[in-house]
Unconditional design. Structure first.
Length: 285
């Protein structure tokens, strides 16, 4: 154990706040003190506390702390919480922590839980992406895929779908397509949109046929995101369909989106800039 970690643990013992404290504020303070990068000695205690903690906000803080600590023991704990916790906010935090674990952000300041950040990275348009060469373990991806297709809360399912895209989960494109095309998801627009967006950033041509179907969707938002996704993939089989939509469109905004897709842009960022502030409108059926 390093001198710094020994000092942290000694401070906790001497000053009072512990994971076993009756006060939630003291438990949160203990989690904050233990959750610094590389303090892997704290993982067993935090995992044990997570299993017996009754307050959802404290469980969220533990998950955020584990992501900050890092290490190979963390992903299975996050995946377990995503699959088993009854509190939907804790499951959302598990997804957030999975993303933070694999796609680190600034490690300064207090713990960045889902509810004390100005903007949750999971829902930003210019999403963070997994660095090239980083490998995500199968347990984590399985947990996200299961949440996307089976969770009882639409917000959790949409967040899981988004994160699969950020983690470049190419092997899970078939699962994403199956969920996208499931008739039971017809009325779950946010889930479908996040799947379409993720298929676009993953850029696997295998998603092309499914996206050609969503180009004909009755929802303008789904159509718009499908156009962008097809462009990102560079799926040339869809070009005649895109050109037909372009010809029939009367909106300059729609024509801009379709025109960018037809030339197969190489990044979603480029596409977003070209689209500007256009709002979704109804595309020709």
């Amino acid at each position: 154990m390093s001198i710094i970690n020994m000092f942290v643990l000694a401070t906790l013992i001497l000053q009072g706040p512990t994971l076993d404290s009756a006060s939630p504020k003291e438990r949160l303070a203990a989690i904050e003190a233990m959750s610094h990068s590389g303090n892997t000695e704290a993982i067993p205690a935090l995992e044990s506390a997570l299993k017996k903690e009754s307050k959802g906000e404290v469980r969220q803080e533990i998950l955020a702390g584990l992501a900050r600590i890092g290490g190979p023991r963390v992903p299975p704990i996050l995946s377990m919480s995503l699959g088993t916790d009854l509190d939907k906010d804790v499951r959302l935090q598990a997804i957030e922590s999975i993303q933070r674990f694999y796609i680190p952000v600034s490690d300064t300041g207090s713990l960045q839980t889902l509810f004390n950040r100005a903007k949750n990275l999971v829902v930003q348009q210019d999403r963070p992406m997994l660095p090239r060469g980083v490998v995500v373990d199968k347990v984590t991806l399985d947990a996200l895929a299961n949440a996307m297709s089976r969770d009882s809360i639409e917000e959790v399912r949409a967040s899981a779908a988004n994160t699969l895209g950020s983690l470049r989960a190419k092997d899970y494109v078939p699962a994403m397509v199956t969920t996208l095309e499931d008739p039971q998801n017809r009325d779950h627009k946010s889930v479908r949109i996040e799947i379409v967006r993720s298929l676009g950033v993953i850029r696997d041509p295998a998603a092309g046929p499914a996206l050609m179907k969503t180009l004909k969707d009755s929802d303008a938002g789904i159509v718009k995101e499908s156009v962008i996704a097809v462009g990102l993939i560079g799926y040339r089989e869809a070009r005649p369909q895109l050109e037909e939509l372009f010809k029939r469109s009367s909106s300059r905004c729609e024509r801009t989106v379709l025109g960018v897709a037809c030339i197969a842009p190489r990044s979603r960022r480029q596409t977003a800039v070209r689209i500007g502030s256009c709002q979704p409108q109804r595309f020709p059926a």
